[in-house]
Structures are given as structure tokens and as C-alpha cells.
Design a protein around this ligand. Sequence first.
Ligand code: NAP
Length: 276
Amino acid sequence: MSNVPVAVVTGSNKGIGLAIVRALCKQFPGDVYLTSRDSGRGEAAVAQLQAEGLRPLFHQLDIDDLQSIRALRDFLKEKYGGLNVLVNNAGIAFKVNDTTPFAIQAEVTMKTNFFGTKNICTELLPLMKPYGRVVNVSSMVSSSALGRCSQELQKKFRSDTITEDELVQLMTKFVEDTKNSVHEKEGWPNTAYGVSKIGVTVLSRIQARMLNEKRKGDHILLNACCPGWVRTDMAGPQATKSPDEGAETPVYLALLPSSADAPHGQFVSDKTVRTW
Ligand code: NAP
């Protein structure tokens, strides 16, 4: 088994994820895994970074596929005996002018952004080594969507006692409510991406609390973040940050020094803790 520290970035064949791998290859003292659901796209991205003189490794990972997640888990356990850095970056967003019915957009977006991220965490968080760092890439849109939820939902999403099961029930209810065309009546904002990212931010708060309760002595730090508005296939060419700039906050959180005991369980943008 290798004693080399290891970092994994989900959805890193392009966009912000690729830029996070690039930065980690330069700054993280260990093996850095670029992952992609499609091996061809992943290997092409590895070749691109190799042409820049960097040495990322590759592993296939589709966060929608439990078998794929478990194959990565078993590989990490066997080769490294765990994991030091996990960046949950993979995510999707329908374009504003997409004509797919809203209920389908809600189901598909929730499946990857919330349930995929949750499933990765369920399988990989137990592997995190002491002083491990976990970064869940959410979005400022989670904050703005929270502000447009009913007071009752806002209270639940800001609660310091909400459980993962309760959060799963709420995310499932949103999708059901969109199918029955009652989501607005039930207090949800009209944004599938925004609600899925509320799920990612709240999940991070819950997971940090669980780490405090169960693994306090391991000094693991887990946070949600927004990378900013970044020029990628998702956000388009008008966005203000380059992918490398977008990677800065996630990489800062991934590389918090072992002497740090904060931030933890926070929502961070521009390297600054934001009020949830
Ligand atoms: P992007 O260019 O569209 O890249 C998304 C990445 O996620 C791609 O590598 C994509 O792979 C991957 N992915 C999607 N579904 C996946 C799955 N089921 N399994 C594994 N990988 C999957 O988007 P981006 O702008 O870099 O976004 C990265 C993250 O930042 C997302 O979580 C996004 O919500 C968040 N974010 C972005 C912005 C922004 O302004 N760009 C702002 C706030 C938050 P394929 O190539 O196979 O599709």
C-alpha cells in the first residue's frame, strides 16, 4: 500500500474541475486524480495537463453510478488505504432556454448535483484520513434560492439539527412537487439548480457536524463553496472569472494547512465565510 497522500477531484475533465486538478498538481504533495465519467474525455484532459508538464493520474468516475463510485472507493482503499483530499466538483445545469419540462429538469439536476454528491460522500468520507480536507462545490445560487424559499423551508435548511435523512426527504419532495406542479405553492423557488445546490450546502453543514460528533480527533475539515461566476461550458463566455480563478477558493479549502481548525462546515466564496 502506498503512503503517498492522494487527492481526488470529481468531474474534472473540463471546466473548474480541470483547473482544480491543474492547481493541485502544482501545490499538493502527492498523487492527484483527475476523474471523468467518460474515460476518453478523461484521458484527453490528462494529456492536456501532461502537455503543460503536470502529472495527474486518472480514474473513471460517474457520480450517478453507484458501481462506479464503489470501484473508486475500493481502488483508493487498496492502493492508498484511504484519501486525503476530496473535491466534489461534478455538477450539471440546464441552460436557461432549455425547453425540457421543469419536472424533468428538477429530477435530472437533483440526481447528479445532490444525490450523486451525497452518494460519493457516503462511500468516500469513511476513507478520509486524519487532517483530510473535503470541498463540496456548491454555488451562490444556493444562497439566493434559500432566500426565495418559504420561511418554513428556510428554517429547516438553516437548522443546526437537520439530519441527512430529513434533507433527502426535502430534496425528494421538491422533485415530487414539481411533478405535481405544486412546488411554488409548497414554498419552493422556481430553480431546480438552486434547490439542488441548497441540498449541497446543507449536506455539507450536516456532514461537518457529523465529523465533529464522530471523528473530532481526526481534524478533518469539510466545507461547501462557490467558485464564483466562471467561464465554462456551464456558465458561458460572459462569466467574469477564468477557470483557474474559479479554482482558487476550492483549492484554498482543499489545502487548508494541518494547523488550521477552520473554516469547517461553512459556505465559502472568495476565500471568505458567508452567512447561510
Ligand atoms: P462544466 O464545465 O459543465 O463541467 C462540469 C463537469 O462535471 C464536467 O467534467 C462534467 O463531465 C462533470 N459531470 C457532470 N455530471 C457528472 C457525473 N454524473 N459524473 C461525473 N462527472 C460529471 O461546469 P463548471 O462550470 O466547471 O462547474 C463545476 C462545478 O462548479 C459544478 O458543480 C457547478 O455547479 C459549480 N459552479 C459553477 C459556476 C460557474 O460559473 N461555472 C458557478 C457556481 C458553481 P462531462 O464532460 O462528462 O459532462
